[in-house]
Design a protein around this ligand. Sequence first.
Ligand SMILES: [Zn+2]
Ligand SMILES: [Zn+2]
Length: 130
Amino acid sequence: MTGILRDGGCACGAVRFTTRGEPDRIGLCHCLTCRKAHGSAFLPFAVFAAEQVEVTGDLADWESSPGYRRRFCPRCGSRVVNANGDEVEISITSFDDVGVFAPQYESWVIRREPWLPPLKVPQWSHNRGD
Ligand SMILES: [Zn+2]
Ligand SMILES: [Zn+2]
């Protein structure tokens, strides 16, 4: 498989990943689970096919909904990759470089913090496509 390589990892460095090629899509989620799991107002993520992503280091995980596993570094607690069937979602803030990707849509905007303005991208009240 060809394509640009991009590196990232958890905060402590015990878990590292490399992605190859471009993501299928890039979203930003305001749902309660993303907010709580990431300790953040929202989760911006890039979606890759599983075979585009290589991960090294131990990961713990939590199945937050059927088939959707949020994987994190057991040492520092950073959420690193979310596995969803044959796709992998990676927070765009887990990459080593700043400004790698920008969201193309927002989902669960009914949970947006009122002080946070919307981006100029398609807005979904719940999941993308709902
Ligand atoms: Zn770590
Ligand atoms: Zn979410």
